[in-house]
Design a protein around this ligand. Structure first.
Ligand code: ACO
Length: 435
């Protein structure tokens, strides 16, 4: 079986035995073309096998473009560098969800909607009270998000545009409250209610760090850095958590359920959980005497499951543009908070050692978005197990935009991959006493 002509024509040919099949070529805006194999099984009896989906496009999408070789990332056509410099998280959220940058009036109305949904239902306090104190905040957040669907049955109406609109506003408004309360639960402090006179990032900082006995004065430089992190995390096309949101959403489960599933997928250390894993590794390296080469060698050892968290990416094979922006921001936040973080210095040296190592260079393993983000969260004062919660707040508009796009696309079907069965052939049941 050989693949046919490259996608310069509108179809490629595939020879299967003595038959030649024609596979349509789908053209992307930026030259990211694909073979449409949706008729392959019907016409040849074959399916494609692609564990990890490294070569599989699950959808056409108009939300985010990235070129992993060139280190390019754009939301709705806008380069991430420009959004990072000029925009705000809520403006980016609007852009992702509605497709264009808002006018001032549209932005005001969106911010007002989001700001006035920040309270969560008072009964939800019982949820938080019931979790063990050392519950991981990602588990609490995922539970809280799907738990919200019990209070808002209108969210079941996934084809009702008005109900969807309210659900979107509620999610963007309330997820920071849930995240902050999961933190309060973990540190044994009273829950702090949102303040609608504060902006999105300042309000999140307020709910995290204020206590009834003492207000928390939001440092604008810190709030700006947090807002930037949220922008950088806001979407990343068909990554593991977004694909999870789409897959769950394709069953017509409600948006809360889909987002909760995405949060669970994000939790893993190979995905969003890498920001926590990076700091754990840096701390281990310091506690172990700071021998960086030893840890780089450990990551290279094929008999050791240890990987250098924060390095490597399925798609970026040159540099992760988000990591470049975050590294500069880390410098600024450390200066603003006066945090003298020796881990930042260790991280920079580790990056240097790895980037001069043939193993990492040959496999194109570069620092990803999570390598430096944990250091910013740490400088702000978040405990390690809250970093991925912050990532989830940032990724939320992307998940919502992708869900919305999927729900409105005529090409959407329930997500249902196939398999190649390699188990035992048919055999007869044997009574237990004869086994
Ligand atoms: N440390 C050491 N070796 C690595 C690392 C790493 N961080 N990442 C990849 N490799 C090696 C693999 O062992 C493999 O080596 P081999 O060819 O000799 O077998 C090779 O590089 C290719 O790696 P794959 O696992 O095949 O790459 P894949 O695209 O499947 O995985 C992933 C990407 C999961 C990000 C991987 O690089 C990794 O585990 N990184 C560490 C975790 C991390 O930082 N995740 C966050 C990613 S960003 C995000 O999700 C928000």
């Amino acid at each position: 079986m050989t693949a046919g002509s490259p996608p310069t024509t509108d179809a490629a040919e595939l020879r299967v035995g003595d038959r030649t099949l024609s596979l349509p070529v789908v053209r992307g805006t930026e030259g990211d073309d694909a073979l449409d194999i949706s008729r392959l099984r019907a016409e040849s009896g074959l399916i494609t096998l692609d564990p990890g989906f490294g070569n599989t496009g699950a959808a056409t999408s108009a939300i985010t473009f990235l070129d992993g070789e060139a280190g390019v990332l754009r939301y709705r056509g806008y380069p991430i560098e420009q959004l990072a410099e000029h925009s705000t998280f809520l403006e980016v959220a609007y852009l992702l969800v509605y497709g264009d940058l808002p006018t001032q009036e549209q932005l005001n109305s969106f911010v007002t909607e989001v700001t006035h949904h920040t309270l969560i239902r008072e009964e939800m306090r019982n949820f938080f009270d019931s979790f063990p104190t050392d519950a991981h905040p990602m588990a609490v957040l995922a539970s809280g998000v799907v738990g919200m669907s019990t209070f808002y049955p209108d969210s079941q109406n996934i084809f009702d545009a008005d109900a969807v609109e309210v659900t979107i506003n509620r999610l963007i408004a309330k997820v920071p409250t849930l995240a902050a309360w999961s933190f309060k639960k973990a540190v044994g402090q009273p829950y702090v209610y949102p303040r609608n006179d504060l902006g999105y990032a300042p309000n999140l900082l307020h709910m995290m760090f204020a206590v009834p006995s003492e207000d928390y004065e939001v440092d604008p430089a810190v709030a700006e850095a947090l807002d930037l992190l949220l922008i950088l995390h806001a979407d990343h096309e068909q990554n593991a958590s977004t694909s999870t949101v789409r897959l769950v959403g394709s069953t017509h489960a409600n948006l809360y359920a889909s987002i909760s599933a995405g949060i669970s997928a994000l939790w893993g250390p190979l995905h969003g959980g890498a920001n926590e894993a990076v700091i754990n590794t840096l701390e281990q390296i310091v506690a172990d005497g700071g021998n960086l080469q030893k840890w780089v060698d450990k990551a290279k050892d094929p008999n050791d499951s240890f990987r250098l968290a924060g390095f490597g990416h399925r798609v970026y094979k040159n540099f992760d543009p988000r990591a470049t922006i975050i590294k500069r921001a880390a410098d600024r936040v450390l200066a603003a908070t006066g945090a003298d973080d020796d881990l930042f210095e260790v991280a920079q040296r580790l990056e240097e050692v790895a980037l001069n190592d043939e193993y990492f260079v040959g496999r194109k393993l570069y620092p990803n978005v999570d390598f430096y983000s944990g250091l910013i969260y740490r400088a702000i004062g978040f405990p390690k197990n809250m970093y991925t919660n912050c990532f989830a707040i940032g990724r939320l508009p992307g998940w919502i935009a992708q869900w919305k796009e999927m729900m409105s696309s005529p090409e959407t079907k329930i997500g249902r991959p196939r398999q190649v069965y390699v188990g035992t052939g048919s055999r007869d049941y044997v009574a237990i006493e004869q086994r």
